[in-house]
Design a binder for this molecule. Sequence first.
Ligand code: TYD
Length: 207
Amino acid sequence: MFITFEGGEGSGKSTVIKEIAKRISEAGREVVLTREPGGTPIGEEIRNVILEKANTSMDPRTEALLYAASRRQHVVEKIIPALREGKVVISDRFLDSSLAYQGMGRGLGMAEIYQLNLFATEGLEPDLTIYLSLDPEAGIERIEANPNREINRLDLEKMSFHELVHEGFEKLAKENPYRFVKVDASNRVEQVIESCWDAVEKRLRWR
Ligand code: TYD
C-alpha cells in the first residue's frame, strides 16, 4: 500500500506523518517512511540543489525536471522494492506536489507536468493521498512562528504563489475523490491526526 501526504507550507504534515507511521507499525505492518524531493542518496543531492536559497536563477522547467528526476530515483530505488516486499510506503509529498507547485504555482500547466512525470513514475500512483488543507496565509504564519523551521527557496515565494499552489491541490482533491482524502489542517493537531488515521485505517482494513 502506497500512501502519500500532500499540502501547502505549514500544514503540519511532518508531525502527522510520524504519528500515522507509528500507528501503522503498531497495527503490525512494516512501514517505510520517506519524502520528496529526496528519499534516496541521489534524490537528497538533487533536493539540495532545488531547495538551496542561493539558487534564485533556477528556471521553472529546470525545477520541474529536477523534482521529476528525484522522483524517478525514489520510485525505482525505494518505493517499488518496498511495495514488492509487502511494506506500507508513506511518502511526505509525491507527484501531486509537482502538479500543484510547478503546474499551478509556476504556471507550467498541470497536464504538462503530469505528462513529464509519467516518464518518471511509469504510471505508479498512490493508493491513498491525504491532503492537509490549510489557508496559505495561515500556513506561512505558522512557519514564521516556528523558530526551528528551516526556510527553503520555495517558502520564500510570494503569497500569490502559495495561493495558486493551494488552488492546485484543491482542484486535484476534487478531481480525484477516490484517491484523495481532504483533511482540514486548521484544526488542532490531535484532531488532524485522528481524521488522517480514520482514512488510513479504513483502507488498511480492506487489504
Ligand atoms: P520541505 O522542506 O520538504 O517542505 P515541506 O515541509 O513543506 O514538505 O521542502 C519541499 C519543498 O518542495 C516544498 O516547498 C514543496 C516543494 N515541492 C515542489 O515544489 N514540487 C514537488 O514535486 C515536491 C515533491 C516538492
